[in-house]
Design a protein around this ligand. Structure first.
Ligand SMILES: C[S@@+](CC[C@H](N)C(=O)[O-])C[C@H]1O[C@@H](n2cnc3c(N)ncnc32)[C@H](O)[C@@H]1O
Length: 342
């Protein structure tokens, strides 16, 4: 197993802010490579065993981020930028006041903060960050609002997962009948959550388990939707997927090329379907197949609708919706899902 190397940081400021920064950062995650201060009388003295250096020497250090431990954030930030430091490497942990600000910072800094500060601290800040008050136990399904704190910390798509959680609530509270399915399971990351939230529903898991198929790749290539390779995403198998599932007894694996794997489903209806096959043809075929089998009030979530690389997904959704005269809602999740409701 390879150990993730520590994030190298510089701390700028040695006053009371320095102590606060030390409280917040996780020393298992970071290596402090330097401490800087503008105060000449402090330069050359030692703090936590490190010699305090002048900011003029900032370029001598190999670092990923500079944390400003001072109330004079803007001045120091400008000073560093004038010294040629990339603004994206400058982080102000102490400025963060509210949970939503912290969440914004996590996204702005591309999860830099999560690689620096202690999980408990991160959690205490984002504890209240929810779109609405969902942190209640659903006794029937024994699920709490999906463990969004961990998902945020792990960098997994919070908006996608919280939307799925809300959709599942609608399905249960409005008693929408039917099984659930995912077309494009890969290693089961999203299917695992569907399985857990729809704890008492059959879940059909469609995938080639051999990655993208030649005819789908050719089609996207020919139409200029996406350039990819046959067999891309083949690093999976049925056991990898099943191992993740909490309710394995509900899982029905449909291995092979979709739509050739739809046999035996003539009498099935669906309450929720995730289509995440990346390419035009399976997306379009999937919409046609599942929409007809969707219960009234059921949902289809199509991942990657707004993905800049998989342009065939948007084409497929728009063509299908135009033909059927139906509408959809674009989500602001990572890669932009589209949600269709019947
Ligand atoms: C992006 S991955 C799915 C990721 C997964 N939903 C998740 O959230 O972790 C796309 C998957 O679609 C599958 N796929 C694409 N075209 C397919 C087709 N025509 N039939 C079956 N599976 C297909 C690929 O094999 C791949 O595993």
């Amino acid at each position: 197993m390879t150990m993730k190397s520590k994030t190298k940081i510089i701390i700028f400021g040695t006053g009371s802010g320095f102590e606060k920064v030390l409280e917040v950062i996780d020393l298992d995650k970071v290596e402090i490579v330097a401490i800087l201060d503008n105060n000449e009388s402090k330069q050359g003295t030692y703090l936590i065993g490190k010699k305090i250096d002048t900011p003029l020497n900032v370029h001598k250090y190999d670092y990923e981020y500079i944390i400003i431990a001072s109330q004079f954030y803007n001045d120091i930030c400008n000073q560093l930028i004038n010294l040629g430091v990339n603004e994206k490497r400058i982080i102000n942990i102490l400025k963060v006041k509210t949970s939503s600000q912290l969440v914004q910072e996590i996204f702005i800094y591309n999860f830099a903060i999560k690689s620096i500060i202690k999980n408990e601290y991160l959690k205490s800040y984002i504890k209240n960050y929810a779109i609405c008050n969902m942190n209640v136990l659903d006794k029937e399904r024994n699920v709490r609002f999906y463990d969004y704190q961990d998902y945020l910390i792990k960098g997994i798509d919070y908006v996608r997962i919280s939307s799925l959680e809300l959709i599942s609530r609608e399905v249960y509270e409005r008693q929408i009948e039917g099984a659930v399915a995912e077309l494009g399971v890969y290693q089961g990351g999203f299917a695992k959550i569907i399985n857990e939230l729809f704890y008492d529903r059959k879940i059909y898991l469609f995938d080639t388990f051999e990655g993208f198929a030649d005819k789908d790749v050719e089609y996207d290539d020919k139409h200029g939707f996406c350039k990819t390779k046959v067999g891309h995403l083949s690093d999976t198998n049925i056991n990898i997927v099943l191992d993740q599932m909490k309710y394995k007894e509900n899982c029905i694996i449909k291995k092979g090329y979709f739509p050739d794997t739809t046999d035996g489903l003539d009498n099935e209806v669906f309450a929720f379907v995730s289509i995440d096959a990346d390419l035009y043809k399976p997306t379009y075929e999937g919409l046609n197949f599942f929409y007809d089998k969707l219960s009234e009030g059921g949902y289809i979530m199509v991942h990657d609708y707004n993905h800049s690389l998989y342009k065939g997904v948007k084409e497929a959704v728009r063509k299908f919706c135009n033909e059927r005269r139906i509408n959809f809602f674009p989500l602001s999740d990572y890669h932009g899902s589209a949600v269709i409701m019947k």
